[in-house]
Design a protein around this ligand. Structure first.
Ligand code: 5GP
Ligand code: ZN
Length: 139
């Protein structure tokens, strides 16, 4: 399994850096984010080192997300949040600070709970068919 000796999350998986473990199996590790944006803020990571979504093969992506419903339901049972956001930052501009793929599971409690994401919609300003075509020709 690929690991990166300089990667903080690889060190957490190896047990070289302590973490508050929530879940572990052969392929996936989940632990509490040290920042606890909200109570129960959990990171779910593949054990195989992969920098971010661009470098992730389908098998790793499938294994990673396959564990999310179980962990999300456990958070839901534990804390009865009003909802949960699942966030994945890729590249520095998008907020990625640790370059080992991870999903943030952020339980939501109320409008001032610590998490905010602003979506500004720009309806009717885009040719959706053209945009979709530009993407799909690169699949
Ligand atoms: P990113 O900004 O890359 O999407 O998220 C990285 C997350 O890793 C941050 O929310 C940060 O709090 C968390 N983090 C960084 N270092 C550690 C650590 O040593 N232990 C834990 N548990 N979380 C960490
Ligand atoms: Zn790593």
């Amino acid at each position: 399994m690929r690991t990166d000796a300089d990667c903080i999350f690889c060190k957490i998986i190896a047990g070289d850096i302590p973490s508050a473990k929530v879940y572990e199996d052969d392929d996936v590790y989940a632990f509490l984010d040290i920042s606890q944006v909200t109570k129960g803020h959990t990171l779910v990571i593949p054990k195989e080192h992969t920098k971010n979504i661009y470098e992730t093969d389908e098998a790793i992506a499938a294994a990673l997300f396959a564990r999310v419903p179980k962990i999300a339901n456990a958070l839901n049972q534990a804390f009865q949040p009003a909802g949960i956001n699942i966030v994945n930052n890729n590249e520095e501009f998008a907020g990625q600070t640790v370059f080992h793929l991870h999903l943030h599971l952020i339980p939501r409690y109320d409008k001032t709970d610590g998490y905010q994401a602003q979506w500004i919609t720009h309806e009717n300003q885009h040719d959706l068919a053209a945009i979709a075509s530009e993407i799909s020709t690169n699949l």
